[in-house]
Design a protein around this ligand. Structure first.
Ligand code: AMP
Length: 218
């Protein structure tokens, strides 16, 4: 099964994606995390990526497609892929479709986690993530046992682009450039829309039920 998990910032893509990948043995392609690792490097590409990301703007698609293809060529997976944060534009979707076709694979489902703008802002305000494993916590909704430490022992940090200004830009970019992809997924008959305003476990239950109903998972 190959999945895309789709939604605005703070909709829970990372959290739901981690849960699905653990339960169904999927390899997660977390575009934001792959970029953050590349952006942390002290080289010209790292600097170039930071310029886009810290302002909440999208990395140009040509570069993005190259980064994702390089990642996919360097990993192996057995049961399937779960894309989080990619594709975000039509030209990225077309590149992904070409890559999948080349591998003899398809996108089986797109899970769209739908939340209001107000929920996005509230969730991002309290979001921290582990600097080692990337696990995401929310200090008020699902806080870590120890305020500063992840279960893996890593340190919990705030993302550099979780500032009010960058959040506003990222939301605008989502609505203008990314959300139009929903229409394509709908036409392809692979779109599953989930009301993601509820808590983590309630949303996960809905996601699994819908994927099972489609025969995408057992
Ligand atoms: P995320 O962790 O998914 O919120 O992504 C963090 C940032 O990485 C975004 O605000 C963009 O600057 C960049 N980014 C992530 N995915 C993509 C993508 N598919 N295309 C272009 N830029 C991306």
């Amino acid at each position: 099964m190959n999945l895309v998990i789709f939604g605005p910032q703070g909709s829970g893509k990372g959290t739901q994606g981690h849960m699905l990948s653990e339960d169904y043995d999927l390899h997660v392609v977390d575009a934001g995390q792959i970029l953050r690792e590349a952006a942390a490097k002290h080289n010209p590409r790292g600097k170039q990526l930071r310029e886009f990301m810290n302002h909440g703007r999208l990395v140009p698609s040509k570069l993005m497609n190259e980064i994702i293809t390089t990642h996919l060529n360097s990993v192996s997976w057995k049961k399937g892929l779960l894309f989080d944060g990619y594709p975000r534009k039509k030209v990225q979707l077309h590149a992904l479709e070409r890559y999948m076709k080349h591998c003899g694979e398809d996108l089986d489902a797109v899970v769209y986690l739908s939340i209001s703008q107000q929920t996005t802002v509230e969730r991002l305000r309290d979001r921290v993530l582990c600097n080692v494993c990337g696990r995401i916590y929310n200090l008020s909704l699902h806080p870590p046992k120890d305020r500063d430490t992840c279960v893996c022992g890593g340190v919990l940090i705030r993302r550099e682009d979780d500032t009010p200004r960058a959040i506003r830009t990222r939301l605008k970019v989502f609505h203008k450039q990314t959300k139009p992809l929903l229409e394509i997924f709908e036409k392809q008959g692979i779109l599953i829309t989930i009301d993601a305003e509820d808590g983590v476990h309630a949303v996960y239950k809905k996601v699994v039920t819908q994927l099972k109903a489609r025969g995408a998972i057992d």
